[in-house]
Design a protein around this ligand. Structure first.
Ligand code: DGL
Length: 277
């Protein structure tokens, strides 16, 4: 049991860069807090890995954030939220005590979806790991049993974005392919959740291939709103989140490589430090 009751930064975790699209919105809506962003770039992508590996890697990174003084960690990664969050909450948090919390990005999105779809046919585009976990299907059906969920794994999208090809003609092929495969499952889909925190970077391209009447839902704003609400409802956790407006960035990869790409995701200059695993 950790007995540290000193307020600390809010931890934001992702396998790499994607979580920066969520952090950007959190920082915009809640600029008063201190934050540590932690990207496990050396071991990304997570989307293709097994349950055991994703759980192990995610838990390690969460523990590093706790060691750095965080009490509250947001898994700003769908793959980690789908495959590791529940196990961490059930098996690992108890050892730390009641002042330690980990939140994910899937629950906030699924809670909202019932208000957004008219046709009750919803599409999920995500990594293979997230799709295989069935987390979106299970979570949506818990809140809204009348909604039908159709999923499409998009394994080529993260590599395209990681290699800065999101606006190139080469991206068109795989955007078109996965969008078509999803829409072939149901012609009634009226809302598509971009269930991977990388995808907002390719939003322009995705929008070109998705019929205009279908809503595309990115998660950053939704997660930020739910975090603000969570802190409102949990003053005991809010009191453990240090205010000061300082942002720190750690990557398990080389900082200069991280910084160059991170600014595209974060929309602002990023100066990271290396974290040795
Ligand atoms: N950012 C991760 C997500 O939201 C995907 C990247 C990866 O595969 O590591 O699912």
């Amino acid at each position: 049991m950790h007995h540290n009751q000193q307020p600390g930064p809010i931890g934001i975790f992702d396998s790499g860069y994607g979580g920066l699209t969520v952090f950007k919105e959190i920082a915009r809506q809640l600029p008063q807090y201190d934050y540590i962003y932690f990207g496990d770039n050396a071991r990304a992508p997570y989307g293709i890995r097994s349950f055991e590996t994703i759980y192990k890697y995610t838990l390690e990174c969460v523990q590093h954030l706790f060691d750095m003084g965080c009490h509250l960690v947001v898994l700003a990664c769908n793959t980690a939220s789908a495959k590791a969050l529940r196990s961490i909450q059930q098996n690992d948090l108890e050892a730390y005590g009641p002042g330690y919390k980990v939140l994910g990005v899937i629950r906030p999105t699924t809670e909202l979806i019932g208000q957004l779809t008219q046709s009750r046919h919803v599409g999920i585009m995500a990594t293979t790991g997230t799709v295989q976990s069935q987390s979106y299907v299970v979570e949506i059906n818990k809140f809204f049993p009348d909604i039908q969920v159709f999923q499409e794994a998009c394994p080529m999208w993260v590599p395209l974005i990681e290699n800065n090809e999101q606006d190139s003609p080469g991206a068109d092929y795989f955007v078109e392919k996965y969008v078509q495969e999803l829409l072939q499952q149901s012609a009634q889909i009226d809302t598509i959740i971009l269930g991977c925190t990388h995808y907002p970077l390719m939003l322009r391209k995705i929008r070109q291939h998705v019929p205009a009447q279908i809503r595309l839902l990115a998660q950053g704003e939704i997660v930020a709103e739910r975090l603000a609400d969570y802190l409102q409802r949990h003053p005991e956790i809010k009191g453990l989140c240090r205010q000061g407006g300082q942002f720190e960035f750690f990557t398990t990869e080389t900082p200069d490589v991280f910084d160059a790409k991170a600014r595209l995701f974060f929309d602002a200059p990023v100066h990271s430090r290396h974290f040795e695993l």
